[in-house]
Design a protein around this ligand. Structure first.
Ligand code: FES
Length: 108
């Protein structure tokens, strides 16, 4: 069974903004659109910068790294534009009674 970690209140994350939290397997960046939450490994696979400094396009569900502008699919973690070539690890994220919970380990 998947173990979840409560990381903070959903109210701390305005729609379309990014927040970073620690879970047992590393640091994750969390964001959401009006429909769902996304949680991905926070270290960009481009050159290792912090993705919490980037931006999230909540219309296309794409995550943009601020450093050298790699673009990732927030649902799959796959890089859509380089320089990053490797995907981000994807975590399961859920909201429970106003709290954000993240799977302790990445999915798959
Ligand atoms: S560190 Fe993310 S694109 Fe360069």
């Amino acid at each position: 069974m998947t173990e979840f970690v409560r990381v903070g209140a959903l109210a701390e994350i305005p729609e379309g903004e990014l927040r970073a939290y620690d879970v047992p397997s590393g640091r994750v960046v969390v964001t959401h659109d009006e429909r769902r939450l996304f949680a991905l490994s926070e270290t960009c696979t481009g050159h290792g910068c912090a993705l919490a400094d980037g931006t999230f396009d909540d219309r296309s569900d794409r995550l943009l790294c601020a450093a050298c502008e790699s673009v990732f699919d927030a649902e799959t973690g796959e890089p859509l534009e380089g320089p990053a070539r490797d995907p981000l690890a994807v975590f399961t994220a859920r909201e429970v009674d106003g709290w954000v919970e993240i799977s302790a380990e990445p999915v798959g």
